[in-house]
Design a protein around this ligand. Sequence first.
Ligand SMILES: Cc1cc2nc3c(=O)[nH]c(=O)nc-3n(C[C@H](O)[C@H](O)[C@H](O)COP(=O)(O)O)c2cc1C
Length: 307
Amino acid sequence: MGSSLLSVQIAGLSLNYPGMLASGVLGYSAESMRRVIDGGAGAVVTKSVSLQPRNGYANPTVVQVNGGLINAMGLPNPGIGVYVEEIKHAKTLIQQPLIVSIFGYNAEEYASVAKKAADAGADALELNVSCPHVKQTGAEIGQNPALLMEVVKAVKAAVKVPVFVKLSPNVTDIVELASTAVEAGADALTAVNTLRAIAFDVETAKPILSNIKGGLSGPAMKNVALRCVYDIREKLSGIPIIGCGGVSNWQDAVEFFIAGANAVQVGTAIAFDSPNVFQTINKGIEEYLKKKHFRSINEIARSIHKS
Ligand SMILES: Cc1cc2nc3c(=O)[nH]c(=O)nc-3n(C[C@H](O)[C@H](O)[C@H](O)COP(=O)(O)O)c2cc1C
């Protein structure tokens, strides 16, 4: 049962708890989504899926560094044609919102994957326009306001379910891209994807990842993600923001709410801890709300961003 103190509304979706599984950290399976919900998540975001299958990059694709991970998986996925079966299966296993993360190489592809995912039962879509290590998609779209506008508009025209846009922190002015996404019709913003990064092996004097560069996640990026959320919230007061980047405990989640987020996503902490990390986070947030006499999570943000 969800506690009403912890429940949040994001673009018309009702979440019992404010933490969601971040895209890509667990596998594709409906069972792993169920495991995360049982661990206390309020919603799940699937790994990013495209029109055609992709193999992803050769190993090593992930390296542990101080305070986090650097990954360059290369967006491996079976393609939406196959993945619709997993979406349907997941809908039978979980009652909580299922958000399908999608990507494409142009606006038509995004729209086509979006429609297939929504028809299969996705409660919302998250547009991955911010993957830092795959050319021609991801960040190339998320760093270009004109392309971003085209993609978001095409997806909005193709589906009725809410559309989240996941922003890249690897830009000079994230507020410009956030404003573009909202203007194009985004129903919520996820801030943010990973930070471009690299790690070397001192023995071989070579990059560790087969793709050379990847995306940094985990506590090492938290304060950058917080700054992104804060900047967006200062400019855009109405849009729901889902904070993402380095949330490992309830204090991190509360920091995101203070910055202006309405919910958070958790990725790397699940790999370092377990899906039960959501339960610990929920408990801490609930105690904090009671102690501070807040009646809802949204009240926390209002205490700093006065608009
Ligand atoms: C191994 C791994 C795979 C990821 N795959 C995806 C993905 O497929 N799509 C996406 O939008 N983000 C992906 N991400 C980024 C996460 O969803 C999240 O934005 C990022 O890791 C920051 O959150 P965290 O610090 O809680 O992990 C991935 C992250 C990791 C560590």
